[in-house]
Design a protein around this ligand. Structure first.
Ligand code: NAG
Ligand code: NAG
Ligand code: NAG
Ligand code: NAG
Ligand code: NAG
Ligand code: NAG
Ligand code: NAG
Ligand code: NAG
Length: 426
């Protein structure tokens, strides 16, 4: 008998043995599970039980989700306990009774009675009204607060700034207004801050530079303005920086060069301007998504962008970039990388070997369809005192003299054109 045949003969026994072991493990798990549910998590605090009943009625939660005569720790959906006390409440996915749905509000006063409450998550559960001032004062054990998509109004109470154990704060997709309180800069444990899709106004508080544990900062889709603070460069753990769809202005602070963990940089749809220094990106080797579209950036696209090893999306569309494109060959070797260069003023030859992953519409590139008119390109370059190369022989060793001659010619044409226009008017 070969070794192979011996193995085949033995196989049924091995299989039976395996089944027996599986059965034993399953029984054991069942036993452990029932012991756990009976002994460990039963709610032991009488006052917390009546607080839960209060919450159930103030929010109008259905008996189906929170059945009255059962143990909340093991039977109520979204209630988590530790050593017989409530440590987490998740309202997401719960539905209200018809009566409760008629007059919903931010009716969560009884939360203050759970002394160990570490998590409150009402993502998508409507709580129309504003966050009460006592929230930060009374919920001092809170680590995770998720009030995303809860129809919340008003401003952020400054008491949230004293929740020193807070790790994640999600207030996205509400109707919050006012400034982002300076005091949030005291939340030193904070890892996620998501304030996107609200109506916040004002600037990014300079105190945010103390949030040294922050890995996600999403302030997108608000009405924030002013410059991006230089000192955000101190947030060395930052991975996701979303500032898109606001009214930030000035240039990108070069200090962001030290955010070496950054994976997503989305600054799209703002009023940012200035050129991108090469040094900004050379250290950001983890970058996968860089979105700078719909701003007023100008100057050349730094060469280093095309050699970022992890880059998957580069979107610089709808800016005022000029000059020739960097060599993108290395970039397109990355799988699935997409580059959107559309609606700028890039000039010179079309990029080669780029496949279908590059969008170049609306530029000043040579011999390509869907480009700007020559007139548009010439006058844009002239208005900035730059040379528009498509007019000149593609000769890399252009003499400075001919450049200034060209510039003078443009000025003269402009001057005489203007005079002619005035003469015509008369
Ligand atoms: C909850 O706490 C408040 C204020 O401390 C107290 O007045 C109220 O009786 C408590 N509710 C329950 C159900 O224990
Ligand atoms: C920092 O955030 C992580 C989660 O990203 C958390 O586990 C850790 O406790 C936080 N550190 C501090 C010092 O708060
Ligand atoms: C912030 O929250 C919104 C909505 O809840 C979500 O779509 C978005 O992905 C979050 N931002 C980050 C960076 O995770
Ligand atoms: C941009 O922000 C405005 C105002 O907050 C919002 O109405 C709009 O939906 C946002 N656009 C995108 C694309 O997120
Ligand atoms: C690049 O990152 C390293 C840490 O990874 C840091 O020490 C250095 O200062 C950074 N350089 C720049 C120019 O920010
Ligand atoms: C780049 O950004 C523009 C403007 O926000 C958007 O319309 C376009 O779809 C984006 N391109 C890619 C490839 O994501
Ligand atoms: C572009 O870069 C690649 C390597 O990344 C190189 O092989 C190629 O010759 C370069 N093309 C030009 C026009 O410099
Ligand atoms: C790009 O990939 C091709 C093979 O797909 C390889 O021959 C070439 O060396 C790569 N170029 C760079 C710059 O990585």
């Amino acid at each position: 008998m070969t070794q192979d045949e011996k193995t085949k003969l033995r196989r049924p026994f091995v299989v039976m043995e395996a089944h027996r072991v599986q059965l034993k493990v399953a029984l054991l798990l069942l036993l452990i599970n029932s012991v756990l549910t009976q002994q460990v998590v039963r709610l032991s605090s009488r006052s917390e039980f009546s607080a839960l009943l209060d919450l159930r009625s103030s929010l109008g939660i259905r008996a189906k989700d929170w059945p009255r005569k059962t143990d909340p720790c093991s039977r109520w959906r979204g209630v988590e306990c530790r050593t017989g006390q409530v440590v987490g409440i998740t309202l997401s996915g719960l539905r209200r009774t018809p009566a409760g749905g008629r007059n919903p509000g931010f009716a969560v006063d009884s939360l203050a009675n759970f002394t160990l409450l570490a998590k409150f998550n009402s993502y998508g559960f409507p709580l129309p009204g504003s966050i009460p001032d006592w929230f930060g004062q009374r919920l001092s054990a809170l680590q995770v607060l998720d009030l995303s998509s809860c129809s919340i109004t008003g401003s952020i109470p400054s008491s949230l700034g004293i929740l020193s154990g807070l790790n994640s704060l999600y207030l996205s997709d509400n109707f919050l207004t006012g400034a982002i309180p300076l005091i949030l800069g005291q939340l030193l444990s904070l890892s996620v801050l998501n304030l996107s899709r609200n109506s916040f106004t004002g600037t990014i508080p300079s105190g945010f530079s103390s949030l040294l544990n922050l890995s996600t900062l999403d302030l997108s889709s608000n009405f924030l303005f002013g410059p991006i603070p230089n000192n955000l460069g101190s947030l060395s753990r930052l991975k996701f920086l979303h500032l898109q769809n606001n009214s930030f202005d000035a240039s990108i602070p070069v200090e962001l060069a030290s955010l070496s963990q950054l994976i997503v940089l989305d600054l799209g749809h703002n009023g940012l301007s200035g050129s991108l220094p090469n040094g900004l990106f050379s250290n950001l080797t983890q970058l996968q998504y860089v979105v700078l579209s719909r701003n007023s950036f100008d100057g050349n696209l730094p060469d280093v962008l095309s050699s970022l090893p992890a880059l998957r999306l580069l979107n610089v569309s709808s800016n005022k970039f000029t000059g020739v494109l960097p060599n993108l060959t290395a970039f397109f070797n990355a799988t699935g990388a997409v580059v959107d260069l559309s609606d700028n003023y890039f000039q010179g030859p079309a990029p080669s070997n780029t496949g279908t992953n590059v969008v170049v519409n609306g530029n000043c590139l040579q011999s390509l369809p869907n480009q700007r008119s020559l007139q548009d390109c010439r006058s844009f370059y002239a208005s900035r005192g730059l040379i528009f190369g498509n007019d000149i022989a593609p000769n890399p060793s252009l003499e400075p003299a001919s450049i200034s001659e060209k510039r003078v010619t443009y000025r003269l044409v402009g001057l005489f054109g203007g005079l002619g226009f005035i003469v015509l008017l008369y």
